[in-house]
Design a protein around this ligand. Structure first.
Ligand code: FES
Length: 107
């Protein structure tokens, strides 16, 4: 199973095994990763699953669609070029080793 690395607000890293087909947000919730709130449950309407993707990993991801792009403008922590909504990133075997950072705040 692919491993996803989450860098937490305190600088520590949690590395967890993810089920292919689950989202990076669902994987975080399943493993109690603090700092990913996901208030809308993954329907791309809350922006509280914001993460910063490791810059080196960005080429491995498809770009955000229009709805994700629009929501990223309303995140609580500042949007950055590597900002993504973790509910919109589907885990695949090819994403093994993906690293994301949890932002300072989600609300
Ligand atoms: S969980 Fe709400 S936008 Fe991702």
């Amino acid at each position: 199973m692919p491993t996803i690395h989450y860098i937490l607000k305190d600088g520590s890293t949690r590395s967890v095994e993810a089920k292919p087909g689950a989202s990076v947000m669902e994987t975080a919730i399943r493993h109690n990763i603090r700092g990913i709130d996901a208030e809308c449950g993954g329907s791309c309407s809350c922006a509280t699953c914001h993460v910063y993707v490791l810059e080196a990993d960005l080429p491995r991801l498809p770009p955000p669609d229009d709805m994700e792009d629009e929501l990223l403008d309303g995140t609580a922590s500042a949007r950055a070029p590597n900002s993504r909504l973790s509910c919109q990133i589907t885990v695949t075997l090819e994403l093994d080793g993906l690293t994301v950072s949890v932002p300072e705040t989600q609300v």
